[in-house]
Structure formats: C-alpha cells, structure tokens
Design a protein around this ligand. Structure first.
Ligand code: CA
Length: 222
C-alpha cells in the first residue's frame, strides 16, 4: 500500500484529501505544517507527497527544494493557489513532479496521484522497506535514502533477514542457520564481523543505528 504524505494548512481541505486518498486505498500521513513531515522522513520514505505552497513557516516549494538538496527524491505533487505561469515553472524547477492548481477536482487529483506513482515505481513490486532503507530482492539492490549501497550476497541476505524479522531479536545461531545455511562450521564471531561490515556500509557515519546488538542474545533492527 502506497504511503502518501499530505501537507496542507487548511484543515478542511487536509481532511478531505485524507478522506479521498484513504478511500482509494492509500495510506496517508496528513500534516498542517512541514515539521512532522521532516520527522517522518528521518524514519520512513513515503511514496508520494502532496504539498501546498502557501504554508506557515516555509514555502512549500522551498521545502521541496531543500529535500532535493538532501538527496530525497520522493515524488511531489504541488497543490496550490499559485497559478501564475512563473510560479508553476518555479514549482517544477524546485523539484515538483506534477502541479495542480486550486480549485481542483478530486477525480483529477486521484488520477494524477496514480500516474505519478506508476511513473516513479515501474518495477517496485516485492520491494522491502525499513525506515529509509529499500531492499529490492529481485534486482538485488539496496538503497539507503536514494543512495545505492553495494553489498555482498551474504550481507544482502543478512540485511533482508534482519529487516523481515524487525520485531524480534535474532540469535546468532538463527542468523547462521538462515543466512549462512549452516551452524556447525561457523562461530559466533562470524556473525559479529558480518554485522559490523553491514553496518559500515548502510550507516557509514554511524548516525542511524539501524541494527541493535542485544548482549548475549543477538541482533535486531531498531
Ligand atoms: Ca495554504
């Protein structure tokens, strides 16, 4: 299910957008300001954002420009009363993928949402996500945010196993069995070394702490 962020400071409109999108089966994260969205983006990458431009604090397209600078490429549809040609141009130049002017019709909005989602994820099916990590088992690709990460087959399998079991602590024996395929020939140290290498690759500046080590037990995503 696609997660759609809506930033709109008119509450009635925000509620209405949320209602229509949820009715279409989308998961929504609705906010009157950009603050809560910034927090969300540290944890999770939505599939699409619908962004008003006249917002309190920061102008919507300026917010999107800042996200693009940080390498965040989530698709954006501006939904705005700024209808001048130069403003529409500005919206696209600052990173918008589509631009809808108010007043608008919901049916058209939903069609545009669907079109942008389709364009942005041509072969996304089967992707596994955790916080800002995207794992594509089919093509064996891993992205942290928008950054592709090169992993060995073993590191890839290890990450996938940890992410799939994000809610529980996996013991070293469980990991050896599921990732290495055998417990007997390896030692606990094998797992520690691999986990550390994986951590270095997905979190080189050690700021995100994706993998928690539970002393005497094993590892868990956090
Ligand atoms: Ca507004």
């Amino acid at each position: 299910m696609a997660l759609i962020v809506i930033i709109e400071d008119e509450r009635d409109l925000l509620d209405l957008l949320e209602y229509h999108l949820e009715k279409e089966g989308y998961e929504t994260f609705a906010s009157l300001t950009v603050g809560p969205v910034k927090k969300l983006l540290e944890e999770e990458m939505p599939d699409l954002m619908i962004v008003d431009r006249n917002l309190p604090g920061v102008e919507g397209s300026e917010f999107v420009r800042q996200l693009r600078e940080q390498g965040i490429e989530v698709p954006v549809i501006f939904l705005t009363a700024k209808v001048a040609e130069s403003e529409i141009e500005e919206g696209f130049l600052r990173g918008g993928d589509d631009y809808i002017t108010k007043p608008f019709n919901f049916k058209e909005l939903l069609l545009r949402v669907r079109a942008v989602l389709r364009r942005s994820k041509p072969e996304e099916s089967g992707a596994v996500r955790y916080r800002d990590i995207t794992i594509r088992p089919r093509s064996h690709e891993v992205f942290v945010g928008e950054r592709p990460v090169e992993l060995t087959k073993l590191e890839f399998d290890l990450l996938l196993e940890l992410v799939k079991n994000r809610n529980i602590v996996l013991s070293r024996d469980q990991l050896l069995e599921r990732v290495w395929g055998d417990v007997g020939d390896y030692q606990d140290r094998t797992v520690n070394v691999a986990v550390n290498r994986l951590k270095e690759k997905i979190d080189p500046d050690k700021s995100k702490n994706y993998i928690k080590s539970v002393r005497g037990v094993g590892y868990q995503m956090c």
